[in-house]
Design a protein around this ligand. Structure first.
Ligand SMILES: Cc1cc2nc3c(=O)[nH]c(=O)nc-3n(C[C@H](O)[C@H](O)[C@H](O)COP(=O)(O)O)c2cc1C
Ligand SMILES: C=C(O[C@@H]1CC(C(=O)O)=C[C@@H](OP(=O)(O)O)[C@H]1O)C(=O)O
Length: 393
């Protein structure tokens, strides 16, 4: 079982994650984690905060000489912006500033409901934690999960499929190649023409004080059949992956495989027919059974079916707009229209990196449940035994 918690405010000193249940012997390097942290900071359309931050991880426990020990792993990502917020965000009562409260909740953010729920008269007490700054340390946890999965030949990647209603065409290529193409693009998109259009739209929105959302697609390659289970609602892999993705700030919808499109087609154009070819075993396949199509997106009956897992997540536009939306001041109770000082216009590429992270974490968790052990070597023995079982079926 792989558990983690995160802590930290957006303008506090740091973000922290503690991971529990990581087996001993997972090879881990800070540079590998930093690569994903840097990817999360890229992307056309981000605001000025990203010019302040240069995210890197500090590994504070559970790892020695590049390998996990089996003890809890503590990860820290520092907020450089903290330097500018030390007084406003001080944990010390002596630093309380009477006139510095944020009383104007932004539509679409956690501000109003959070302030009502927790009884705060300063919306900052909510926005500091609801901020997607928290995703920096989740991406660090995701990179650890990716490292564990890599030990077993499982890889996670993806690309941006849509921005502001402009859809990218994906060329007919293996997913690994598409990830490579996406990595060369400022928007993590595989379609150069669509990317140009998306960038033009982001420029226009920025000039207009508006914001944009989009759709990201994540794939997981090399997953054996049988992760998750049909027997209980909270063990279903698709349900768990949907929860993981929906937990990301601003994600409002999730599709598995062809998703909503399945509701519009007859069954004959939805269900993936089954075939068997023992020759596939020599090529490294886990089982001789296969499908020619993958409309199910690699999950049937709440279990991975051995095909590539394909997920899509829809991100709403950023709630903080330079063009003001109407709201109500919580102190004066008067309506107001307020412009903001700083915000992203579009963070869909960053959301892709976060989506990959939360998917990797959930797949790693399901993998450990099925093949669990205290060390990578023990898990490998369990995994090989299962592979023999499935291979001979
Ligand atoms: C990578 C990323 C960056 C974001 N940047 C901003 C931002 O600059 N300004 C903002 O208001 N919201 C931003 N958001 C979205 C808010 O955090 C989110 O809408 C808010 O927490 C409310 O939660 P909900 O949209 O899930 O209901 C961002 C989200 C992500 C995933
Ligand atoms: C800091 C990050 O994203 C932030 C997410 C965010 C929000 O409201 O979600 C608001 C902005 O923060 P600030 O108000 O400090 O400019 C973004 O920059 C990050 O992704 O690392």
């Amino acid at each position: 079982m792989f558990r983690y918690l995160t802590a930290g405010e957006s303008h506090g000193p740091q973000l922290t994650a503690i991971i529990e249940g990581l087996p001993a012997g997972t090879r881990l390097a800070a540079e590998g984690i930093d690569r994903d942290l840097a990817r999360r900071q890229q992307g056309y359309g981000r605001g000025d905060r990203m010019k302040i931050e240069t995210d890197t991880v500090a590994i504070l426990s559970g790892v020695r000489w590049g390998e996990t020990l089996g003890s809890p792993v503590t990860l820290v990502v520092r907020n450089r912006d903290w330097e500018n917020w030390q007084e406003k965000m001080s944990p010390l009562a002596a630093h309380r500033q009477e006139d510095g409260a944020v009383t104007r909740p932004r539509p679409g953010h956690a501000d109003l409901t959070g302030a009502l729920k927790y009884g705060h008269d300063d919306v900052r007490n909510i926005l500091e934690r609801s901020s997607a700054r928290e995703t920096a340390v989740r991406v660090a946890v995701g990179a650890v999960a990716k490292a564990l999965l890599r030990e077993f030949g499982v890889t996670v990647g993806g690309f941006v499929a849509e921005v502001g209603g402009i859809a990218a065409q994906q060329p007919e290529r293996p997913f690994e190649e598409l990830w490579g193409i996406a990595a060369q693009s400022e928007l993590f998109c595989c379609d150069r023409e669509a990317e140009l259009e998306m960038k033009r739209l982001i420029d226009f929105s920025q000039a207009d004080g508006d914001t944009l959302g989009g759709v990201v697609e994540v794939q997981v390659i090399g997953v054996p059949p049988g992760l998750g289970s049909h027997v209980q609602w909270d063990r279903k892999l698709d349900a768990r992956l949907a929860m993981a993705l929906m937990s990301v700030q601003a994600i409002k919808g999730v599709e598995v495989g062809i998703g909503f499109d399945a509701a519009r087609r007859p069954g004959s154009r939805v269900h993936d027919e089954l075939f068997r070819d023992e020759g596939r075993l020599g090529l490294g396949a886990a089982t001789a059974y296969y499908r020619q199509t993958n409309r199910a997106g690699g999950i049937e009956g709440g279990m991975s079916n051995g095909e590539v897992i394909v997920l899509r997540a829809a991100m709403k536009p950023i709630p903080t707009l330079y063009k003001p939306l109407r709201s109500v001041d919580m102190q004066t109770h008067e309506p107001y229209e307020a412009a903001v000082e700083r915000s992203d216009t579009c963070a869909v590429p960053a959301a892709l990196v976060v989506a990959e992270a939360v998917v990797a974490i959930e797949i790693a968790n399901a993998f450990l449940e099925k093949f669990g052990g205290d060390s990578v070597a023990e898990i490998r023995r369990n995994y090989e035994g299962y592979r023999t079982q499935v291979r001979n079926a």
